[in-house]
Ligand binder design. Structure first.
Ligand code: ADP
Ligand code: NA
Length: 320
């Protein structure tokens, strides 16, 4: 995750929650991608450091466990600066220009000038972030699969150029496809930091209830007496992800017959969210600043040891 702010429920359902489950079955590395935040926030990087700590707290709160996984901050492991330089030497510029976020950026130049070498090159940084750990899998949702594909192509190219004692040094990782239901935000669009429509993992209950009250609903349901359709309602989408089977049945029956109003329905959705968020927030409150420092220090040392093993092979393969 890029440290552009505190994490929201979309980040949790689309990624974080899957990671928490994976750490029991795999040896996992999870980092906060502060260098990637720099590719877009270069003009004022002053929020990156405080946000990095908040995101790490969100990781810990959600249940990532430093006893099971390696948790660290990207910029604290210097190998993340070295491998991109080598991989950059062999990555054709055309591959990078074809990445959708770069093409989007060129169409929205007025918003923020991202016509920078660093932004163009972020997929090389991302490939390095992955390949440094010589992983078998990268756990991503469907929306991120293309990034792993590019990483595989970069690895393939590296292995074609360089080998160590006839062996490939950077195995191509496979996608481990994880469920990522697209969660709507309070305005009905995809929940996203950039739309200001998020419910944060750290939002206290009154804030969650307040945000839910402003959430858009089925536009066809204008008056309280109009029947509505939960399948055309963002609040209905939240119920489908978070509510119990019983509540979901009450929502469908009540909404379609105008037996319940949207206010009541939103209250039930808020109940379900609060139930998910409560244990996350209790865990968050248990971590002191010093605890986070300890997690980061230990995680950086473990990540660095593993990354350096790869880099030693990379340098030797390149005869550097
Ligand atoms: P944001 O749009 O808020 O900046 P990112 O694009 O940085 O979020 O996404 C970080 C991770 O969270 C990605 O794995 C992405 O798939 C997931 N994610 C973000 N928003 C949602 C959402 N609304 N529903 C499901 N997953 C999401
Ligand atoms: Na985004």
């Amino acid at each position: 995750m890029r440290p552009t702010g505190k994490l929201h429920l979309g980040n949790y359902m689309g990624a974080l929650h899957n990671w928490v489950n994976l750490q029991n079955d795999y040896e996992c590395y999870f980092f906060v991608a502060d260098l990637h935040a720099l590719t877009t926030d270069y003009a004022d990087p002053s929020n990156i450091l405080p946000n990095t700590r908040e995101v790490m707290l969100d990781y810990l709160a959600a249940g990532l466990d430093p006893a099971k996984s390696v948790l660290f901050v990207q910029s604290q492991v210097k190998q993340h600066f070295e491998l991109p330089l080598y991989l950059g030497m062999i990555t054709p510029v055309g591959w990078l220009e074809r990445v959708p976020s770069y093409k989007d950026m060129q169409e929205n130049l007025a918003e923020k000038d991202l016509s920078m070498y660093g932004f163009l090159g972020y997929p090389v940084l991302m490939a390095s972030d992955i390949l440094l750990y010589q992983p078998k899998y990268v756990p991503v949702g469907q929306d991120q699969q293309a990034h792993v594909e590019l990483t595989r192509e970069v690895a393939r190219r590296f292995n074609n150029f360089y080998k160590l004692n006839g062996e490939e040094v950077l195995p191509e990782p496979d996608v481990l496809l994880t469920p990522s239901p697209k969660l709507p935000g309070t305005d009905g669009r995809k929940m996203s930091k950039s739309y200001g429509n998020t419910i944060l993992l750290s939002d206290p209950e009154p804030e969650v209830r307040k945000k839910l009250k402003t959430m858009v609903t089925d536009p066809a349901r204008v008056r309280r007496t109009d029947p509505g359709d939960p399948d055309k309602c963002p609040v209905g989408d939240l119920h489908k992800v978070f509510s119990s089977h019983d509540t979901l049945e009450k929502v469908y029956a009540g909404c379609r017959t105008a037996g319940i109003g949207c206010i009541e329905c939103k209250g039930w959705a808020a109940d379900a969210l609060v139930q998910i968020l409560n244990p996350i927030q209790e865990r968050r409150a248990k971590y002191s600043d010093a605890d986070v420092d300890d997690v980061l220090k230990d995680g950086a040392a473990r990540a660095e040891a593993r990354a350096e093993q790869t880099m030693a092979e990379v340098r030797a393969a390149m005869k550097l």
